[in-house]
Write a protein that binds this ligand. Structure first.
Ligand code: URA
Ligand code: CA
Length: 434
């Protein structure tokens, strides 16, 4: 087999066989196929697409490139939740304890933030002492005993994807449905969950900005999940503005605590309840998503979700007292109110630019090696549809390091599009695909 022929075949829009896909992924993982051939192939896939069978085979080849985590020592149906990436997306911090409090085992492997997107591990480290590097044994024991563990990935999961994703990132081949679907699902399958709830973002802050593309991506992933025997549900949700008000690690922990107390932002609360209700159905706690929602609402009003957050923090070495006293979270020395230069209604808040602004303040990493400032971030004061006067505060920036504050402020101002008319509001949840 020659790589040239495989690239040529895909360029001509023909279907690749399982053997050809295996050959490509194996060769690339081992370093036998160079980046330039792989990028050419990725571009051919971008333009010509793949059919369902090819996408399934690509996913499997990427799973087989690395380890598979065995979660079978954990009792019950393990359900994982994954978001296709957002800005200020605080849902995992809310959902992990909330769903665990309702009796579903939560064995969550999370990642760190990069660029304009945040990562759950960084957020949890805003709780002093919180240990995200659990041994396999502790991870399993914690879930069996307390229903919850959130930790960094162990093992070498889908190394083919790690290489390919980095390559796609610099060759303008990220936003391709076959490539995104196989990338996400290979990691989810390798990490061992029995069932998966996907939060597929759509809008300016998402990988797939167009609605049709997002739905297609969601359907593709649900089908792949089913094919490999993992029940999968996808919720298509809006990312035409950041979720909630807080963007930044310590600020998002605070927002999650508020949400678990029933005092959180409406959009974050609603999305958490929707995703959580499907998690409860897939894990067998209830048969019905509406009932799942009621169970979750009860866990908010009786405080059991919040108590589970505290328990998780304490068990993983963190200072659980932060749940009762948010002043114990890292706090930035400085803040700056960003004021609108115009009067009108907020039409849009370009989520990616808000993420970049937060990154410039120190909340995110420009490169994998950058240090982050857990206290830095942004609290939005206005969301889409809100009326703003000229000179009114639209957001507050929190920072310790002032070098890039002006740049961050300009980025944030640019993220807000303000117009004369009150805009029609997007739904938060577009569709649930099962
Ligand atoms: N997230 C991933 O893990 N992979 C993609 O391709 C896009 C988003
Ligand atoms: Ca948020």
């Amino acid at each position: 087999m020659r790589v040239y022929d495989i690239i040529y075949k895909k360029r001509e829009g023909k279907k690749l066989s399982k053997e050809e896909i295996d050959f490509l992924i194996e060769g690339y993982t081992k370093g036998e196929i160079p980046d330039y051939q792989m990028s050419s192939w990725a571009m051919a896939v971008f333009f010509k697409g793949m059919d369902r069978e090819e996408i399934g085979n690509l996913t499997e080849a990427m799973v087989d490139s690395g380890d598979r985590i065995d979660l079978s020592p954990i009792e019950g149906v393990k359900v994982d939740k994954h978001s296709t990436g957002g800005v200020g997306d605080t849902t995992t911090l809310v959902l992990a304890p909330l769903v665990a409090a309702c009796g579903a085992p939560v064995a969550k492997m999370s990642g760190r933030g990069l660029g304009h997107t945040g990562g759950t591990l960084d957020k949890l480290e805003a709780i002093s002492g919180f240990n995200i590097s659990l041994t396999r044994e502790d991870f399993i024991n914690n879930v069996n005993e307390n229903k919850i563990a959130v930790a960094g990935q162990t093992g070498d999961l889908a190394p083919a994807d790690k290489k390919l994703y980095a390559l796609r990132d610099v060759t303008a081949t990220v936003d391709s449905i076959p490539l995104i679907a196989s990338s996400i699902m290979s990691k989810k399958i390798a990490s061992g969950a029995d069932s998966i709830v996907l939060d597929v973002k759509t809008g300016n802050g998402a990988f797939m900005k167009e609605y049709e593309g997002s739905v297609q991506l969601a359907k593709t992933m649900v089908e792949i999940g089913k094919e490999v025997g993992r029940r999968t549900v996808a919720v298509v949700s809006d990312m035409d503005q950041p979720l909630g008000f807080a963007v930044g690690n310590s600020l998002e922990v605070e927002e999650a605590i508020l949400t678990l107390k029933g005092e959180g932002p409406a959009d974050l609360t609603e999305l958490s309840l929707t995703l959580g209700s499907h998690m409860l159905v897939l894990s067998g706690v209830t048969k019905d998503a509406d009932e799942g929602r009621e169970i979750l609402e009860r866990a908010i009003s009786d405080g059991s979700g919040l108590a589970k957050f505290k328990e998780m923090a304490n068990i993983q070495g963190g200072n659980g007292e932060v749940i009762d006293n948010i002043d114990l979270l890292p706090k930035a020395k400085n803040n700056l109110e960003v004021r609108s230069k115009k009067e009108g209604y907020v039409q849009k808040i370009v989520a990616e630019d808000v993420g970049i602004s937060a990154m410039l303040l120190g909340a995110g990493r420009e490169t994998k090696e950058s240090e982050i400032d857990l206290a830095a971030g942004i609290k939005l004061a206005k969301k889409v549809g809100d009326k703003v006067d000229s000179g009114e505060t639209i957001a507050t920036l929190y920072y310790n390091e002032s070098a890039k504050v002006d740049e961050a402020k300009d980025k944030l101002l640019g993220a807000y599009q303000i117009g004369d008319k009150k805009p029609a509001l997007n739904p938060l949840i577009y569709e649930v695909i099962k």
